[in-house]
Design a protein around this ligand. Structure first.
Ligand code: ZN
Length: 101
């Protein structure tokens, strides 16, 4: 995936980080290459909201979450919320299970 276009800021959230929403800057255009269910190769340019969603989801494949894109200062400011999640203290409308290593 190649990211391009103009940087746009938008608030993001994630089922993996319940209760946390932060503004994330991402390029508004991506070029993706993928294989479909018949293993045929495709290449597409995707723009706008879908480009943001795909970047967010592709990050998960690399083990990243959206807070990895916020500033160190902002991350420090929400450290308490992130640590609470690590301890299983999540407040959301869906069931969650914290797995500690
Ligand atoms: Zn997510």
């Amino acid at each position: 995936m190649e990211v391009g276009g103009e940087l746009e800021s938008m608030e993001e959230g994630c089922l993996s980080l319940p209760g946390i929403h932060e503004t994330v800057k991402r390029g508004n255009k991506i070029r993706v290459k993928y294989l479909d269910e018949n293993l045929e190769a495709h290449e597409e340019v995707v723009e706008g909201y879908l480009a943001r969603v795909m970047q967010h989801e592709f990050d998960h494949l690399d083990g990243k979450v959206f807070v990895d894109h916020i500033s160190p200062l902002r991350k420090q400011m929400i450290k308490g919320k992130l640590n609470a999640l690590l301890k299983g203290k999540a407040h959301c409308n869906y069931k969650v299970k914290t797995v500690r290593k």
